[in-house]
Structures are given as C-alpha cells and as structure tokens.
Design a protein around this ligand. Sequence first.
Ligand SMILES: Cc1cc2nc3c(=O)[nH]c(=O)nc-3n(C[C@H](O)[C@H](O)[C@H](O)COP(=O)(O)OP(=O)(O)OC[C@H]3O[C@@H](n4cnc5c(N)ncnc54)[C@H](O)[C@@H]3O)c2cc1C
Ligand code: SF4
Length: 330
Amino acid sequence: MKPFQYLRPKTIREAISMAAEDPDARYIAGGTNLIDLMKRGIVSPSKLIDINHLPLKKIEHKGDRIHIGALALNSEVAQNKLVTVRQPLLVKALLAGASGQLRNMATVGGNLLQRTRCSYFYDTALPCNKREPGSGCSAKEGINRTHAIFFYGNETPSCIAVHPSDMCVALAALDTAVVVTGPNGERRLMMKDLHRLSTAQPELDTYLAPGELITSIEVLDNVFDKHNHYLKVRDRASYAFALVSVAAALRMEEGKIWDARVALGGVAHKPWRYWAIELMLKGKEPSEALFREVADHELKSATASGQNAFKIKMTSNAIVAALKTAAGIS
Ligand SMILES: Cc1cc2nc3c(=O)[nH]c(=O)nc-3n(C[C@H](O)[C@H](O)[C@H](O)COP(=O)(O)OP(=O)(O)OC[C@H]3O[C@@H](n4cnc5c(N)ncnc54)[C@H](O)[C@@H]3O)c2cc1C
Ligand code: SF4
C-alpha cells in the first residue's frame, strides 16, 4: 500500500474543501470496500478523508419522506422503526447483503458507491477497462458467469461488470433521491440518475462530480408496505453477492394491481429499474401466468455476455417468484 495522508474533518464544509484541494483524495466511511481496494493496489489515494465524525447519521421522517444520513450504518437502517414500518422492502434488501459484521460497518453512502466485484477488476496483473481505461476487458473472453445481461442500446460495452449492491436495488425501486454536497453547493439526484451504464468511460460508476459528498438519501413515502419482496439468487445462502436479485412491490386493491415497482440487481452496470414491466402490470389481476408473460416478454432484450446465458432464464424465474410472493400468490 502506498503512503497516504489521513485527515479527519469536523464539518461537511471542511471535508469538501479537503477533497476539492486534491483530485486523488478519497472519503472513507466504513472502509469495508475502500480499504480492500487500497490493499490490493487498485486505488491509491493521496489523502484519506475520514468522514465518520460528520453529523450524517440521523434517520428521521419529515414531510413525505424518510431522510437517512449517509453515515447511518446498514444495520441501523435495517433496524430503525421508521424504516421497518414504512419501507420494509429496503429492510429486506439490506438484510440480504453481506453479513452481520459487515452491515455493522457499512454505511449508506459507502454502499451506494461500492465498486464492482468482477474478479479481473481486483487482479492487477490482467487488463481491465474499469481499473485502467483502454487496457481491455479480461471478462469478455474470461470467466463471466456473474456478468451483465442488460446493456445500453446497441453500444458495445467497454465493461460488462454488474453493480453489486442489494440496498441500491430496493432504493431504485422506491424512487429515492440522493442528496450530495460539493464545491458548487447541494443537489439531488434520483437513484436512476446516480449510477452509469458502461459506455465510453467504464472507470466512472456514477455521475457524481469530483469531491462531491453524499450527505443523505430520501426515500419517498409509498403504498408498498403490504405487498413487497426482495429475492436474491446467489451461489451460497449467505455472504455472497447476487447472481440476480429482484425488488418487487405492488399496490393491490380489490384483486387488481394498481401500481408496481420492479428493479433488478446483478444484471447490469447499474441497478436496473424495470419500468416496462411495471407498466404492463398496472390494472391487471395478479397471476403466475401474467408474471411469466411480462417477465419473458421483457427479457427478450437481454443478451448473454459470455457464459451467462443461464442468467436470462434465471432472471425471468426470479421476477416471477418475487412478484408472486409480493402478491401473496402461492
Ligand atoms: C466479504 C464482503 C461481502 C459483501 N457482500 C455484499 C452483499 O452481499 N451485498 C451488498 O450489497 N454488499 C456487499 N458487500 C459490500 C458492502 O456492502 C460495502 O463494502 C459497503 O456497503 C461499503 O460501505 P462503507 O461505508 O464500508 O464504504 P467505504 O469502503 O468506506 O467506501 C466505499 C466508497 O464510497 C466512498 N464513500 C463512502 N461514503 C461516502 C459519502 N458519504 N460520500 C461520497 N463518497 C463516499 C468512498 O470514497 C469509497 O470510494 C460485501 C462486502 C464484503 C467485504
Ligand atoms: S467487466 Fe469491467 S471490471 Fe470486469 S474486467 Fe471487464 S472492464 Fe474490468
């Protein structure tokens, strides 16, 4: 590991000005991803700006949304009464991620910005466009069973890796805003606008500007507290990233679906909100046949990126199973 300067700002303003002074500085929160990346020589920040002493831990309900501070721990969010009562889908996704010990360290901001788990990204001996732009993508001809099946338009992606977070899949389904502050002030991005698809700049995972600090997320109140499910398909029952995951939420009245949210994890360079499926479900009576029809119809746009053709059928099955559980159909 290369030497670095360790800084501990007391205010948000101080943290931002420290980051603005040096493009190679990095914020550190729980450190569960960043320290691994530093130990393996994948990132070598000149400065580590420890944000753990900033007042960004609060979880409160104001107006029509829950505000969750960027430093709230994944375990705290999953246990918080406001969240368990109002946003059970988020709780289910959080509890499907990592392990108890990791969730006790991992923060909301860090979870949003965790890097991909593509094994070539972590292997500095092999080419990787995300780690070293222009060097090539080892996964395309290598081991790619966990990689993406959804891409952007017809562009040939320079990176076929997937976003690894569980929390982000639920947040994508739930119309969440991400509040960030930087040298140019505060702004809000919706979850769909935070992460990038892999196009010309695979090294960039998000649309955050250099030095911007995530201060909180805002999860809008909704009517999905009764009918929701997070299904994670993975190689092991715990402590494994998703091969495919589905966050599904329905508003049902008088035997019909009046509103739906479907987002997928483990299938694209960003959490994949499935707007088309949501539209197809509205106004229909829930049934396995309907869920199969919408899932199969929409998965026609999926493409295997190598050895992972099995993920297309797996995704269809996972969507059907998640929607059935959300709808209460056995
Ligand atoms: C063995 C293992 C298994 C795991 N399994 C899963 C899993 O199944 N599902 C899952 O979703 N995750 C899983 N994770 C990932 C884990 O959830 C993330 O490592 C964690 O959420 C990162 O949070 P952190 O606070 O530790 O981030 P850090 O490591 O501190 O930071 C991560 C990145 O975010 C940046 N950052 C942090 N906070 C802010 C902020 N407020 N503003 C701007 N930038 C910020 C840092 O600069 C860094 O680039 C696993 C991790 C490990 C090690
Ligand atoms: S898929 Fe992306 S992260 Fe993996 S080797 Fe290719 S460029 Fe690197």
